[in-house]
Design a protein around this ligand. Structure first.
Ligand SMILES: [Zn+2]
Length: 208
């Protein structure tokens, strides 16, 4: 009886954690699952780190408790989406819709939680592999891309693409915090910077 109960728990546990990966090679399937898993824990850390910090100011502008509460809730919603185990990731080719303009990934916001990955996604570094002094994160990371895409879904954070890139979106944070807290790239770069900085000693931090 105890053995049967254990088996049931095991099966329930697995189905809760298993995401669906479609049309990816075995190597890419592994990368996708690792990045999703890692995004779950890193985004949890990013949500916990929300506060009156330089990383917050860089991506969401002048600090307010009200805005910080929204940012924290949106990051937690990303974590919850991954925890459902209902994320479906599909590997697309460069010829497929949505992958033509140098995209790394894309989604339909009204279709949670299906994420289409373009081939260039696999050229991005994993966030956990970044080391002090590197500029490899300038175009993002695998985990950060998942944060960006998941944040778009309506049951998650309904974010927009008001701007793209670190340069333009950090400028938007300083001029228009209300738009920055609605913008997918800002959640991505905030998460990447918090984690990247967290992996370094406090003194002499290089810019990510
Ligand atoms: Zn987007």
């Amino acid at each position: 009886m105890r053995a049967i109960l254990f088996l049931v728990l095991l099966l329930v546990g697995q189905s809760a954690a298993a995401q669906t990966v479609l049309q990816c090679s075995p190597a890419h399937d592994r990368i996708v699952r690792e990045a999703l898993d890692s995004a779950k824990s890193l985004t949890t850390m990013a949500a916990t780190a929300v506060g009156d910090t330089p990383e917050y100011a860089r991506w969401f502008g002048v600090y307010s408790d009200h805005n910080a509460e929204i940012v924290r809730a949106n990051l937690k919603a990303v974590v919850r989406a991954i925890r459902t185990g209902a994320v479906t990731v599909q590997c697309d080719s460069i010829r497929d819709d949505g992958c033509g303009n140098g995209e790394y990934a894309w989604v339909y916001a009204h279709r949670p939680y299906r994420i289409y990955l373009c081939p260039s996604f696999f050229d991005l570094p994993p966030l956990t592999a970044l080391r002090p002094g590197t500029t490899a994160s300038n175009n993002g990371t695998r985990e950060g891309t998942f944060v960006h895409e998941l944040s778009h879904f309506r049951p998650v954070a309904r974010t927009e693409d008001h701007c793209y890139t670190r340069r333009i979106c950090s400028r938007m944070a300083s001029t228009d915090p209300a738009r920055a807290i609605e913008n997918a790239d800002n959640y991505q770069y905030y998460t990447e910077d918090v984690i990247y900085y967290a992996s370094q000693p406090v003194s002499g931090k290089a810019p990510p």
